[in-house]
Design a protein around this ligand. Structure first.
Ligand SMILES: C[S@@+](CC[C@H](N)C(=O)[O-])C[C@H]1O[C@@H](n2cnc3c(N)ncnc32)[C@H](O)[C@@H]1O
Length: 254
């Protein structure tokens, strides 16, 4: 009989942001596959096996997890944040879609988690209070011209944009170009939030207008949220600004 394949997210980093359902999946699993820093967030028992692999080996990891589940082990595939947002749940589905028929028979339990943009948004106010989208700025798995076209279209449509994977050593210039594209569409005063390491001890939130947005303020642990023309900043004496997008837009019924 096959085991169950759990696919969980640890949340953005802080232990309080990992859901009880994810913790329950951890307690029921024997083998844990994931990127080392994500596995480090779990407190595993002596009888639980940690199988760490490089962050770029997602499909291999998904296949290895499925093989273990087919052989009868309860397996847990671990992502950061939510496992369905630019993470392992899609890799597991891709592996099953392209794998042998017997892989379709295993029990797969995908456990939702707190994704980075929600943690960043909650720290700063309510920038995702109206329509929004999430875009990965990584051109490892899609062409750069697809990304630039999407950025332009969603900005023209008035959506708030949450950018994941904004910058890395191998992708140093893409975020700067993304800001240039957005400056051609959006007002210079549109708030841009650099939400770094939300929920972790080294968390840092920074807000600046799009006209001055500096890509160097982001790193791999940053989720960048670009407001819509409706997004507002509320300055507060002695407290950090609140950034929010109202639930209505001009001309809409309230
Ligand atoms: C490969 S994606 C994984 C996203 C993850 N599955 C999620 O739901 O948050 C990695 C990107 O998520 C964002 N990210 C992850 N954790 C974060 C955190 N604690 N604070 C801000 N952004 C974070 C960054 O943009 C990072 O480059």
């Amino acid at each position: 009989m096959s085991g169950t394949l759990y696919v969980i997210g640890t949340g953005p980093g802080g232990p309080q942001q990992m859901t009880p359902e994810a913790l329950d999946a951890v307690s029921k699993s024997t083998d844990f596959l994931g990127y080392g820093p994500y596995l480090d967030r779990l407190s595993l028992r002596a009888d639980q096996n940690r199988i760490a692999s490089d962050n770029r080996e997602e499909l291999d990891r998904a296949q290895a997890a499925i093989v273990r589940a087919v052989s009868g082990t309860n397996v847990c595939v671990v992502s950061g944040g939510d496992p369905g947002v630019f993470a392992m749940a899609a890799a597991v589905c891709e592996a099953i879609d392209n794998g042998p028929d017997e892989w379709r028979a295993i029990d797969v339990v995908i456990v939702p988690g707190v994704t980075a943009m929600l943690a960043v948004a909650a720290r700063i106010g309510a920038p995702l209070g109206h329509d929004f989208c999430a875009i990965s700025l990584s051109d490892n798995l899609k062409p750069w011209d697809v990304i630039t076209r999407r950025l332009k279209l969603v900005a023209e449509a008035g959506l708030v944009i949450a950018l994941y994977n904004p910058i890395s050593k191998a992708r140093p210039w893409q975020l700067g170009e993304a800001f240039d594209i957005l400056r051609n569409v959006l007002p210079a005063e549109t708030p841009v939030i650099f939400g770094r390491a939300a929920g972790r001890p080294d968390e840092r939130m920074l807000v600046m207008p799009l006209g001055q947005a500096d890509a160097q303020k982001a790193d791999m642990a940053t989720c960048v949220i670009i407001g819509s023309p409706e997004t507002r900043v509320i300055p507060r004496p002695g407290k950090s600004d609140l950034v929010y997008t109202p639930r209505f837009i001009s001309g809409e019924k309230r």
